[in-house]
Structure formats: structure tokens, C-alpha cells
Design a protein around this ligand. Sequence first.
Ligand code: DQA
Length: 138
Amino acid sequence: MKILILSGPNLNLIGTREPEVYGTDNFDAMMKVWEKQFPQVQLQYFQSNVEGELINKLHEVGFTFDGIIFNPGGYTHTSVALGDAVKAIKTPVVEVHLSHVMKREEFRHISFISPVAAGTISGFGMRGYELAIQSFLK
Ligand code: DQA
């Protein structure tokens, strides 16, 4: 089983960015944890701060991978194009947010990804990714 963990803008700074909101774990360390925890899964990680690169990645893996776990960061609330890309591919996408976006500012309550995602996990920090991987396992 092949799963891509896809991170949008500013998520390269997770670990040091607003730790009171996003925690202190970073993706490099967490990938090692998840790879050990789910040896049956081929996990890949990709992060970009560029909207078009995220769209290209969705197109690249979206017809062959079994799952995509997507945290679009701030683009969640603004990007029609990312929503369209998720809709256009075959691989199911689970949307993940580290923070509980519905508890935060009103502009974060809108998601262009949720209506086209298989499901959304929000507010459980890095544990949300573990839950998302589990959601793809039979
Ligand atoms: C986020 C929530 C977004 O509103 C924010 O812009 C992010 C991170 C989260 O994981 O909680 O960059 O997607």
C-alpha cells in the first residue's frame, strides 16, 4: 500500500512554528515513527510552499497511490484550484489539520478541500496523521 503525506505552505516549519498551536514535533521525526509503526505501508512525504507544485504532486500520484493525506495549510481556506485537483484524481484524499480549525478564526472555517475529501481530521496534532493512515488500512 502506497500513501503520500502531502504538506502545504509553512508546514516545513512545523516543530518551531507557533508551537503553542502546532506542537513541537516535526515531520522528519514523525515519518520515522510512522514508518516503524506501519511497516506494511510505503509512506512518501512531499512538502511545498507553492500551490502549483502541490497540484502537480496530486496529479502525479493521484492515479496510482492508495491514499493521500493532505494538509493544505493556509491554501485550505483559499484554493479553488487545489479543491479541483483533489476532485480530478482517483486516489482518495484525507484532509488533516494539526490544529482544531473550527475553533480558530472564522476564515479558517472554510475549506475548499473538505467537500471533495474522503474525510477530515482536525485538532489532534500529529496523531491525526496516525488516524489518517489507519483510515486507509483494511
Ligand atoms: C493548518 C491550519 C491552517 O489554518 C493553517 O493555515 C496552517 C496549518 C493546521 O494544520 O492546523 O498552515 O492546516
